[in-house]
Design a protein around this ligand. Structure first.
Ligand SMILES: Cc1cc2nc3c(=O)[nH]c(=O)nc-3n(C[C@H](O)[C@H](O)[C@H](O)COP(=O)(O)OP(=O)(O)OC[C@H]3O[C@@H](n4cnc5c(N)ncnc54)[C@H](O)[C@@H]3O)c2cc1C
Length: 391
């Protein structure tokens, strides 16, 4: 008969939101159990581009209203954590780039004028030239303009590994999740027949949250999925590039990030407008051809003849929103002991944790008496998409 466990906070879903929250709570003395049904970080988190946004991109379409948005403070909070003196000790997590760049390939001055006039951007971007340019843009044929944004890019697999280390003995591989009720009130969850009682239960299961809510007999908060069709390129001719390439519109034409593959080669991971609506409608071969054409036009000096290609379809999971703007804050809803939410961005994991901690404080929830956890089956680590698709 599996043991009965009591914990302060039971978290379901070990993507960046659940892992970050778990580490924050443990640091504050709370006991936690973090349940994962597949692999650590293997949902959206390891499929993300790893950009710790400060909101500059959103100023392009005026969606960022100013410093009141949590996102503006995220680069600082992540930098402090990476340096080992922030809210979590993330020293050892690999920083892929000290900055993310904004790259305007031609003369789209109109777009950039309103961008630089925006309050959110002023004082936070510098133009770079010559040998300060990202390595992939250092060619005499390069004609565009490049601006350095005060945003960083992290290696998500090493982040997930570090957060898993900080989770100590509290990780639990679990598939079947049912409500644990007492007098009709939710007091915990049954995970693969193991009863786990908790003062608070947090659902941070990304795209899996809608089904979990259904299993608990709830329909709110409603979730939306935003499909993406990302492109992956790997080859010896690719050099580091972390940039939003601007097109004429309000969204980056392409967002390129560069990631280390296990065999030592660089992988370019391409998102932005190319991966959204039209990209989602394209078949993989068509999507690859579109990316090849774009890169051929934008970076004709890069030899793509030895590059291997793949595409990845993945949905972003977010709270249901009306209209097209995305929030630049994490989202959390509360219902009795249950807290449910989405960070909406990897960068906003600290904001998600803040919201849960504020709710605990508001309800007077404090660390209870601690008892040692029994040995629990551990979920495996997630694997980056390029290692699966282009081994
Ligand atoms: C292609 C792409 C690129 C992105 N790029 C960026 C970026 O550069 N910067 C940025 O800030 N954000 C980015 N994002 C957004 C970011 O990835 C997500 O907002 C963030 O990773 C969500 O974290 P999460 O922990 O909520 O979800 P997830 O990482 O999806 O984790 C949820 C976890 O819950 C688990 N789970 C699901 N159901 C259950 C269940 N029933 N029981 C137990 N566990 C369950 C899943 O297996 C998964 O491990 C990107 C997203 C995508 C898709």
């Amino acid at each position: 008969m599996p043991s009965v466990i009591s914990t302060d906070v039971l978290i379901v879903g070990a993507g960046v939101a659940g892992l970050w929250l778990n580490a924050r709570l443990r640091r504050q003395g709370f006991s936690t159990v973090l349940v994962e049904s597949a692999s650590l970080g293997g949902g959206q988190s390891m499929k993300s581009q790893g950009i710790i946004h400060g909101g500059a991109k959103y100023a392009l379409h005026g969606a960022l209203t100013g410093a009141s948005e949590a996102i503006a403070d995220m680069p600082r909070r992540w930098r402090e954590a990476l340096a080992g003196d922030g809210e979590l000790d993330l020293s050892g997590v690999r920083l892929l780039s000290e900055a993310h760049y904004l790259w305007s390939p031609g003369t789209i001055a109109g777009n950039l004028t309103s961008f630089f006039a925006s309050k959110a951007v002023r004082g936070r971007v510098d133009q770079v030239k010559g040998d300060q340019l990202p390595p992939a843009l250092q060619d005499k044929r390069f004609k565009g303009k490049v601006y350095r944004l005060a945003e960083l890019v992290i290696d998500v697999p090493s982040l997930v590994q570090r957060l898993a280390d900080l989770a100590g003995d509290g990780l639990l591989a679990g598939q079947k999740i049912e409500p644990l009720l007492e007098g009709g009130v939710l007091v915990g969850l049954k995970v693969d027949e193991r009863e786990i009682r908790a003062q608070r239960i947090v659902l941070s299961a990304g795209a899996g949250t809608a089904a979990l809510l259904q299993a608990l007999g709830l329909s709110q908060p409603a979730m939306q999925r935003r499909p993406l069709h990302m492109i992956i390129a790997k080859g010896p001719s690719l050099k580091p590039l972390y940039a939003h390439c601007l097109g004429g519109g309000t969204k980056p034409r392409i967002t390129v990030t560069t990631h280390p593959a296990a065999d030592g080669q660089w992988v370019w991971y391409l998102g932005g407008d190319i991966a959204e609506t039209d990209g989602v409608a394209r078949e993989p071969a068509e999507q690859i051809a579109t990316a090849q054409k774009e890169l051929g036009q934008l970076l004709p000096w890069i030899d793509l003849s030895t590059v291997q290609w793949a595409t990845l379809r993945v949905d972003r999971a977010e709270p249901l929103q009306t209209g097209l703007t995305r929030p630049d804050n994490a989202f959390l809803a509360e219902e009795g002991r249950l807290l449910v939410g989405w960070p909406t961005k990897l960068a906003l994991a600290p904001d998600f944790a803040d919201r849960v901690i504020a709710s605990l404080e508001h309800d007077g929830i404090r660390p209870g008496p601690t008892s040692e956890l029994p040995p629990l089956p551990k979920p495996p680590m997630g694997v980056p998409a390029w290692e699966q698709l282009l081994p």
